[in-house]
Design a protein around this ligand. Structure first.
Ligand SMILES: Cc1cc2nc3c(=O)[nH]c(=O)nc-3n(C[C@H](O)[C@H](O)[C@H](O)COP(=O)(O)OP(=O)(O)OC[C@H]3O[C@@H](n4cnc5c(N)ncnc54)[C@H](O)[C@@H]3O)c2cc1C
Length: 396
């Protein structure tokens, strides 16, 4: 096994690094921005940033060229992702489009849908949100009840979604609706694309424990959606939905964020004194750091194995589920270690002048807890890995 990058890949990394050093905005957006509560002007700056990354050729590198991609292998994309985190580049506002619905449309969309939607995902002209969860249908997603009836050339949608991230500024939603209420629950679902400006949609923001208004309730009252916005076949949306979940779980389990958090934790520990010496010299905390580093390294090699599978066209198996489970829990454990290192300072939020590391960690601790739940909780990932991967009996 060769874990080194080729000379060409290293040259590509240098090229990306130089571009980022020269192009990352020096005011307003710089930093590892987890903030979900985006005002209009921040949104606009984030769109401009994404457009600039796209124009430079560093977005969606593995997408086909005809839809704005670069038709490159996934190693290049992973190099760009690593460099973005390393340089603390601003977040990509269209991440749900780029990493979730975009790849789903490439596999499941028809030519007209690909041509219509994919380019605008990359240029940030259309921002997407995900309409899956409903009150009472989160882990048991297939029990969803938002109804879509076919009337002429349209679906007429009625019902409610909840925890819909970014719905308050999204232009489009990829949405699961029940199109056959009499079929077994996994069979009567369809995957449709809804214009968020359609009459009959009401978006009500929800405040998260971070204080952000990152997600929302979305109500549908006789919302009309053209039939051409159906992705895949009628009543067979569950397979399409799972394709999106596969991409989402890979995105949420990103190991580049994990590496960045670990490096930041080490810096914090080195600068924090306990008993007259830095925490990095405290035997108990050193042990903790060592345990965490072993887990960080293990996720890195898991990611490299997946990358190899993907280059060689091998089935990734349950890799994405393992990524999501291990990556999100590890990120939260890293934030927990930082909170403990900070002692009472962990109580101070981002806007407090006395906060350590500018209040990064308390926010990160709350945010990473959300990611353990979002995209399917750890319990659900464990069930899937146990049943599909280890062939254990089904959970009741
Ligand atoms: C930050 C964040 C962002 C989100 N963004 C979106 C979004 O954009 N779009 C969207 O559609 N949804 C979104 N969600 C919703 C998310 O997908 C759901 O919260 C998640 O699937 C869990 O569903 P639930 O909240 O209804 O919890 P429940 O399903 O009610 O689960 C409650 C508890 O029971 C456990 N549990 C449930 N069933 C089982 C089982 N069979 N075996 C073992 N344990 C079980 C769960 O693990 C959990 O601990 C987001 C959530 C968060 C936290």
């Amino acid at each position: 096994m060769d874990l080194n990058y080729t000379p060409e890949e290293e040259a590509f990394r240098r090229q990306v690094r130089n571009w980022l050093d020269e192009n990352i905005p020096t005011s307003g957006l710089r930093g590892f921005d987890r903030n979900a509560d985006r005002d209009k002007s921040t949104l606009e700056k984030m769109k401009i940033w994404q457009r600039r990354v796209h124009q430079a050729g560093y977005l969606a590198l593995s997408w086909p060229k005809e839809y704005g991609g670069q038709a490159m292998d996934p190693v290049r994309q992973s190099i760009v992702n690593e460099e973005m985190v390393r340089t603390r580049a601003p977040a990509l506002i269209g991440a749900m489009g780029i990493s979730m619905v975009g790849p789903t449309l490439i596999t499941w969309g028809n030519d007209e849908q690909k041509a219509r939607y994919l380019p605008k995902i990359l240029t940030a002209e259309e921002i997407w949100c995900q309409g899956y969860s409903e009150p009472g249908s989160g882990s048991d997603l297939a029990s969803l009840r938002t109804r879509a009836e076919i009337v002429g050339d349209e679906f007429v949608v009625n019902g409610q979604k909840v925890w819909t991230s970014n719905a308050h500024f999204a232009d489009m939603m990829f949405c699961l609706v029940r199109t056959d209420p009499d079929a077994p629950k996994h069979r009567g679902i369809s995957y449709i694309l809804i214009d968020m400006k359609s009459p009959g949609i009401t978006v009500k923001p929800l405040v998260q424990m971070t204080g952000d208004r990152g997600f929302n309730e979305v109500f549908f009252d006789n919302v009309r959606v053209p039939r051409r916005n159906l992705v895949g076949k009628l009543n067979e949306g569950w397979m399409v939905a799972n394709a999106t979940l596969f991409h989402e779980r890979n995105m949420l389990g990103s190991t580049t964020t994990t590496q960045m958090l670990f490096n930041r934790l080490k810096t914090l520990a080195a600068a924090t004194m306990r008993g007259g010496r830095p925490l990095t010299e405290d035997p108990v905390f050193r042990q903790r750091l060592a345990d965490l580093e072993i887990r960080v390294e293990a996720t890195k090699y898991h990611m490299l194995r997946q990358l190899t599978d993907s280059i060689r066209g091998r089935n990734p198996g349950l890799g994405a589920w393992v990524n999501k489970l291990v990556g999100t829990e590890l990120n939260h454990d890293l934030a927990t270690a930082a909170m403990e290192a900070m002692g009472d300072y962990a109580m101070l939020a981002r806007d407090d002048g006395h906060a350590m590391d500018r209040g990064f960690w308390p926010y990160e601790w709350m945010f990473t807890l959300g990611l353990v739940i979002g995209g399917g909780t750890s319990h659900i990932q464990k069930n899937i890995i146990a049943e599909r991967g280890l062939k254990l009996p089904k959970s009741r």
